[in-house]
Design a protein around this ligand. Structure first.
Ligand code: DAT
Ligand code: MG
Length: 139
């Protein structure tokens, strides 16, 4: 059995607010391993690949613009069921509704922007994880 991996991003709002350490700490405290970390300023072509599933949605262009607005931190974390485990740590997409105790619930709120700013991204399936890890950590 190979250990499951997921791709986590600390988005520009999280980096700007100095929350990289807090996010990594929560991943480690839950018991997952940090396998790789990379800070980068994402360009449009990388984000178009990463967010391909959202092309055509009203928030797509604001999402790409937001993700290009400052540095981000890409993380590969691993552990049994880490994909669903990190999604649980992150909380639901809307930070107003994300439960207290989660990253989004504790650290984010609705800023009234066209795209929801919610600190982190986490892969949502094994297929997405493989695809997204290859985008941010090409071999
Ligand atoms: P998640 O990041 O929880 O997997 P998603 O993949 O559906 O959510 O959307 C990607 C990001 O786009 C999300 O983190 C915040 C933003 N977003 C999603 N739905 C939105 C909406 N209805 N209005 C504004 N921004 C939205
Ligand atoms: Mg998603």
């Amino acid at each position: 059995m190979s250990t499951e991996k997921t791709l986590i991003l600390v988005k520009p709002d999280g980096v700007a607010r100095g929350l990289v350490g807090d996010v990594i700490s929560r991943i480690e405290s839950k018991g997952y391993s940090i396998d790789a970390v990379r800070m980068l300023k994402a360009d449009r072509s990388l984000l178009e690949k990463h967010y391909a599933e959202h092309v055509g949605k009203a928030f797509y262009e604001p999402l790409v613009e937001f993700m290009m607005s400052g540095p981000i931190v890409a993380i590969v974390a691993s552990g049994n069921r880490v994909i669903e485990g990190f999604r649980s740590l992150a909380g639901v997409t809307d930070p107003t509704l994300a439960a207290p105790g989660t990253i989004r619930g504790d650290l984010a709120r609705d800023q009234g922007t066209k795209v929801v700013q919610n600190i982190v991204h986490g892969s949502d399936s094994p297929e997405s994880a493989v695809r997204e890890i290859e985008i941010f950590f090409p071999k």
